[in-house]
Design a protein around this ligand. Structure first.
Ligand SMILES: [Zn+2]
Length: 447
């Protein structure tokens, strides 16, 4: 289908490079996952969908059994502690509830589950072991119950973000703690106070909890090894999170690289502005799914190249829905992925190019369908797609409620109770449901 090798724009070297995996029998990708304290917003959904397409492409090129895709869940974080306290529930209740809604929401966006989804709280031992190594090697030190990474101990710190030393200091978590040897030093471990409800674990440095950055270094090491192929995430993670992951992993293992390719998706705005609750343009995936089917959200996210900024609008979402309506009318099985689609994806995951190929394939419905499937689109059957309606729709009846009313109408007709059967028909009609009686029974569609 495609002879072109994959090329990836690598944030670290700042160039588009041919992708050569360390081991083509085990292509390894790590992507930073959610911190589960609140519902995912549409900006959080962008890397989920982008790297889902990347994982699909890698599985296509190297074989489904030869790709290991890891996306973590951060379930220990001060934002989690604060939110659980605010809501008067346990940390565990909050993280379980939030992780469940996250999984349900992104399943609606047709994001396939990663091969591994490690949780920070289940990998504390690996984090402690890595911190101990960093202390032994002289890259980290203990001070007042904290363990800090000493930034000047790494000669070439800062290569990923390209930040100069004064910018590193300004950008580091603004925390002018007196125990820091250097203002750019960052936390690997910090003390927890059980009386304040802070979660903690026993460690060589007392009862405490890990910093955020060490989680990903330890979990990627546990599952993928000291070095791996691709590390992904949003642009906002380059500094300090990914810069510090590199510092921790390279210094602990004595390697020149952590990941061979660094991929970062661009920023997302909503309705032309930075998303903010006060502007009314702060969209959670969960509430968008009440208004639009998940596939429309997925298509809209893929219409912009992952490295470009994306302006997410409800108007754009309605356009994406209409485009999918057209494709669903054509849906047909048994085709081959249209020429050029995989080539577009191999060119630094050019999803807008792949969508252009789909638009050119509408005269060959089975090829259109196969190509859309490759991108994780057209995954429903057309009947279900056209029955979908927003939660707010007038007379918003669920499919199950409509089916139950049709069954009641059938029973009324069998009993020759035509007044009741007509009343049910009128009620459904008022709700925009059109019934068609045929030899095989009654079918319905939303008008
Ligand atoms: Zn991470």
């Amino acid at each position: 289908m495609s002879d072109d090798p994959i090329h990836i724009h690598d944030t670290l070297t700042r160039e588009k490079r041919q992708f050569v995996p360390d081991d083509p029998k085990n292509v390894r990708m790590y992507v930073c996952g959610p911190t589960v304290y609140d519902l995912a917003h549409i900006g959080n959904a962008r890397p989920i969908v982008v790297f889902d397409v990347m994982a699909r492409l890698l599985r296509h090129v190297y074989g489904a059994d030869h790709v290991t895709y890891v996306r973590n869940i951060t379930d220990v974080d001060d934002k989690i502690n604060a939110r659980a306290h605010e809501r008067g529930i346990s940390i565990r209740e909050l993280t379980e509830e939030t992780a469940k809604v996250f999984h349900d929401d992104i399943a609606q966006l047709n994001a396939l589950p990663p091969d591994h989804e490690p949780r920070a709280t289940e990998n504390i031992d690996a984090m402690i072991a890595m911190i101990e190594t960093l202390v032994e090697k002289g890259n980290a030190y203990e001070a007042e119950g904290h363990v800090l990474f000493n930034v000047p101990s790494m000669a070439d710190y800062g290569q990923l973000s390209g930040r100069k030393r004064d910018e590193q200091i300004a950008g580091a978590r603004v925390d002018p703690a007196p125990y820091k040897r250097d203002p750019a030093d960052f936390v690997l471990w910090k003390p927890s106070d059980p009386e304040k409800g802070e979660p903690g674990w026993d460690s060589p440095w007392g009862f405490g909890r890990p910093g955020w950055h060490i989680e990903c270094s330890a979990m990627s090491r546990s599952i993928l090894g000291e070095t791996f192929d691709i590390h992904g995430g949003g642009l906002d993670l380059i500094f300090p999170h990914h810069e510090n992951e590199i510092a921790q992993s390279r210094c602990a293992h004595g390697n020149d690289v952590m990941a061979n390719y660094w991929m970062h998706n661009g920023y997302l705005m909503a309705e032309g502005e930075k998303m903010s609750k006060s502007l009314g343009n702060f969209y959670t995936v969960n509430e968008l799914l009440d208004e639009f089917p998940g596939e429309a959200i997925r298509l809209l996210l893929l219409k912009t190249h992952y490295r470009q900024p994306l302006d997410f609008t409800k108007e754009g979402l309605a356009d994406a829905k209409r485009e999918l309506d057209g494709w669903y009318r054509l849906k047909a099985d048994g085709g081959e992925v249209p020429a050029g689609l995989v080539d577009a994806l191999c060119d630094d995951l050019n999803t807008p190019g792949a969508i252009t190929v789909l638009r050119g394939a509408t005269n060959d419905p089975s090829a259109l369908t196969a190509g859309a499937n490759f991108l994780g689109l057209l995954q429903r059957n057309p009947d279900d797609w056209f029955k979908w309606q927003p939660k707010s729709a007038e007379g918003g009846l669920t499919d199950a409620e409509i089916d139950a009313k049709i069954a009641a109408r059938k029973e009324a007709r069998a009993n020759k109770d035509f007044a009741t059967s007509d009343a049910i028909r009128d009620e459904l009609q008022a709700a925009g449901i059109i019934l068609e009686d045929g030899a095989g029974g009654t079918t319905w569609r939303r008008g």
